[in-house]
Ligand binder design. Sequence first.
Ligand code: KG4
Ligand code: ZN
Length: 351
Amino acid sequence: MLTLGIETSCDETAAAVVEDGCKLRSNIISSQVAVHQSFGGVVPEIASRRHLEAILPVLQQALEDAGTGLKDIDLIAVTRGPGLIGALLVGVAAGKALAWSGGKPLVAVNHLQGHIYGNFLQGQEVPFPFLCLVVSGGHTDLIRVEDHGRWQTLGRTRDDAAGEAFDKVARHIGLGYPGGPAIDGLAGSGNKAAFAFPRAYLEEGSLDFSFSGLKTAVAKAFDGLAAHQDQSASSTSPGSGGEESHVPHQALADLAASFQSAVVDVLVDKTLAAVRQTGVSRVVLAGGVAANSLLREAMKAAADADGLELHMPQLAFCTDNAAMIASAGYYQFKQEGPSPLDFRAEAALRL
Ligand code: KG4
Ligand code: ZN
């Protein structure tokens, strides 16, 4: 069974063809990152316009790469939410139009559920039950997944999402957008023990997260370094400085590494606590932050030490893509059948 997936929730216009829920036939992503970079983040109005321009060529390329045509597609799966409403509407309208004109069933997919199915694209299903750590730009959730469509949220962030913390810290220290990959790259040459940043574990036994205190601590440390730098610059060359602070590269790398390590420590520790609390020893990572090199390394080491079965999506299926939507849509269709054609996009859709 061939599923055509469509994803336009943020700044990637994506389409993919997946066979039987877990075999990848094609995966096309048209990224708008370069367009939004100069604004320091995604501009919703620009994102919608770009999706409109890109959606048809992206769909065409996905079908072509899969060596198929619309007539051979059995199911269309589209992201319904959460995301930017104007961006979601483009994918939803495209999905509905293709389904209606081609007489194909359509399924409306939750983007977060899609992220989980990024783990199903290695050609094999992940057995149930499992614990999933969903870490993206908008979410940090620990969920217990019993079966397709059956899960329970064990913990979530009380303030910033992990990816949001990466993005905000990156912006503050001048690394630009998107912040996660920039910090990950810079941290590689930094010392993660250089700064002792706080790790918020919250109440005993809590599986919730909080990253806003950490974000503030990193911002303060950076401001301190910048002020110190400005001071020494003005004492050596009077009258200079002011507009921009030039924190030395090594100090910036140390800051990035120390911040990243604080985020990863909490993510790994809370996941291990969830394993102990539930007795479920199969762990799955999902979402853009699952691409983080330290998180992958630390989770692997923890899983090896504790004898856990760990699944991580390939890097291409951590960040937004349509293959994960096609996969999630396939299993949803098998369980629940098609969605009514009059469903609406929902910016704040929850799991
Ligand atoms: O899942 P995703 O592509 O979009 C959402 O659904 O939010 O996640 C995007 C988030 C951004 O915050 C981005 O900075 C973060 O994932 N991210 C990373 C890395 N790659 C992407 N964070 C840390 N390290 C990375 N290598
Ligand atoms: Zn996402």
